[in-house]
Design a protein around this ligand. Sequence first.
Ligand SMILES: Nc1nc2c(ncn2[C@@H]2O[C@H](COP(=O)(O)OP(=O)(O)OP(=O)(O)O)[C@@H](O)[C@H]2O)c(=O)[nH]1
Ligand SMILES: [Mg+2]
Length: 575
Amino acid sequence: MTVDPRRLRLLVDRLAELAARRIALAPAGAGARLRATQFRDHVAGHLRVRANSLDAPLLVLLLGPTGAGKSTLFNTIAGRSASPTGVLRPTTRAAVILANRDDVATIRSTALAGIPTDRLRVVADAAVPTGLVLVDAPDIDSIEHPNRELADRLVEAADLAIFVTTATRYADRVPWAVLERVRERGLPLVVVVNRLPPGAADREEILGDVRRLFDEFGLDVSGGVELVGVGEGSLAGDGESLERGTAEPILARIARLRGDLAARRELAARALAGSLSGITVLVERIADDVAHEAIDAAALRRSAAETYGRELAALREELGRGRFLRDEALRHWQRYVGADDITRIFSRGIGAVRGAITALLRPSTAPIAEVREATADDVVAIARIHAAEGARRVATAWADEPAVSSAVDDRADLWTASSGFETDLRARLDEWIASIAVDIAETGEGKRRLARGASIGVNAIGVGVMLATFIHTAGLTGTEVGIAAGTAFLNQKLLSALFGEAAMVELIARARSRLEASLAAAFDREQARFDGLVPSPVALEALVEDLRHVAADVRDATAPASSAVVAGAVNAPDR
Ligand SMILES: Nc1nc2c(ncn2[C@@H]2O[C@H](COP(=O)(O)OP(=O)(O)OP(=O)(O)O)[C@@H](O)[C@H]2O)c(=O)[nH]1
Ligand SMILES: [Mg+2]
């Protein structure tokens, strides 16, 4: 099976798009963040470069712990002091690049694109043949975290890693974390054990032990990985490089690659084949990360929704009991609907009421504005208490969740109702009150009566319906006589006289359900502040699916991948 080069490049496009989406969905936790970065950097810095051409300059990376002698070896290969060495650890803090000037431009716009200029030091050398770029990396184990980040970034772009360690340092733990990524991404590897003791038996023993460690780790030294011993050499005259004889095996390796296009192409193909099999592993692991994040995000949003749902239910119940309305407004209304002449008409029976009521209810005397405003104020005040309580409860719960704790801690505004809550709810209530008037005007009975008696104000009746959604005789217990009960009784009597019992009940029920929808919308707006702190579970799930698909497609396109097959594909004449 061969890899169709067009298909390969399309796969790279898809991988790049998925890597960008993954980064945009805020990976949770250090491990997930690292994998997301590796994914993006590896696709951009290596897969795309190699899918386009195996003849793009090879990137050979000197990698390893601080003080192992990377820069000294770099200078030995360069044949001059190009990367300062030092006794203070760490020494190298930028990626030092030795290349022909032609390759510098290429590599900076492809494999090394995105690395800040202040972290690159270019040593352009006309004497260096094109085709191979040597990079001295900062260390991977000192306390300088940016050094490690840069080294990690270079690992993603390299075609060959020359891992430099020493006879005393090879078993240190930290470098193995980097070697794990080298193994996963299938990066061709040469291991240099520097500063070996002079005795042949000691050297053999150390190299044997190194071989065993690498083999156990799954980096097969007897197979693909080369192991090179470099003796503790006297430094050359400049003190910045080794005597050339000491580093002979490495110098020979570099010279061969520089001089032989086929050897470079073979190495590039091997690196690409490693990348293609490694990327499926990485992509699957990222899909697992994202799947976990989708579950967590959904759980967080659900907990917020439940909390706000409980507060909304409590609010609804309180509103239904009507006790929150201030007496003063109710008294206004009771005085209006309970005026002597209306009571007198009521006592004469329903027929008489219908006939006389329109004449009696004069809009000019109705306390419409007062009751409306007082009611809206009271609803907003009590809703705000529940919105604030909902926010406090969600923020408290989320403060214990690692994925969102810092976001919640950083934002004091999330611990109470939003600053726009009152204005927003008031606008919704105004709309609601207006909708009651519209409903009355459109109701059969209302239509008739309004047509007949112009003097009866639709707004006055609207206030009656509005109040009836909060105070109603059924919702008040026997002990709660007083102003609310009395007003509810008279208000209902009036409305039922106007519309008939059944139409009245429906009118009130519709008003109540519209009010509930408005309150729910206002609470949704509050909850959305929290939802916005976690990525959308739907977007995360979609990403999981796309990642699994692309991993399967890469496997399908490359199996059974070998460097020869890949080489044939990428350099195929039909490109
Ligand atoms: N005598 C002797 N000294 C060496 C040898 N290799 C490296 N050194 C010294 O070890 C020290 C560290 O070497 P560097 O080349 O700066 O090490 P590095 O790996 O680049 O270190 P960082 O840049 O910190 O990551 C320097 O003082 C070198 O002169 C060697 O083979 N023999
Ligand atoms: Mg160095």
